[in-house]
Design a protein around this ligand. Sequence first.
Ligand code: MN
Ligand code: MN
Ligand code: MN
Length: 297
Amino acid sequence: MSGRRANSSRWIDLHLHSTASDGAYTPARLMEMAAARGLSAVALTDHDTVAGLAEAAAQAAALGLEFIPGIELEASCGRGLMHILGYWIDPDCQALTGLLDRMLAGRHTRNAEIIARLADVGIDLDYRAIRDAAGSGSVGRPHIAGALVRLGAVAGFREAFDRFLGPSGAAHVPLASSSAAEIIAAITAAGGIASLAHPATLRYDSHLELRTILRRLTDVGLRAIEVIHPSHTAKESRLFVELAERLGLAPTGGSDFHKLGVRAAKGVGFGRVRVGYSVLEALAAVAGQSVKSLDTD
Ligand code: MN
Ligand code: MN
Ligand code: MN
């Protein structure tokens, strides 16, 4: 009997974060955890960086875990929060690295502005210390929130965002992000395929309005949509599956795992989501990529 399982009982996770961005585990450790959880294929999708991909790919190869190099980027959007995932990206593509450099510069400017506004309300944070603590990864509001907690200025992350860093906070500074078209173009130039992450964070008043947003994204090269995400209600998931079919977008899914928590023990792999291997096969077909064919043994 073959040690391999049929694709129908194999699970994947196409949305993971490591210490290269705001995750708690190194790329290598994350791959070990994924393998230990019995996942067959994973994508590392750190925010704004490709820094973790080489380490993750090497560790995944050593473990026999199928690996898809990915990324997650925030697009400017007047309608809620728009995140775009890229899969099978070439991390050395200049169209992509150029965009990442510009985003990093924008994030740095924003962080400095947030620190200045916190100083205005009497809270002094050392930006250099925050950057050092973050290591090589991109620094963002979660790191500043952590510094506020350590300083005792707030009790926790929730309070940090409510009182200071969130949209109605005293030190809120919007991030000047790139347009969805720009991001999708960079992902595509890097040989990748773009998927709209957790569409539930978009703000829309009707299904028609959501469909219009998706159609515009599809017009500029979006090829997939994350229909499985822990933040989605069952109703939302059904809606996104329906829209994916209607617009010819490949469905993707993942846990958006950052660190182990109370909910992480449930489900398959990380978090509460279950994403079947067939999702990867369909996505690979759209992307023109090959995946391991496992039903042949
Ligand atoms: Mn994150
Ligand atoms: Mn996201
Ligand atoms: Mn994410």
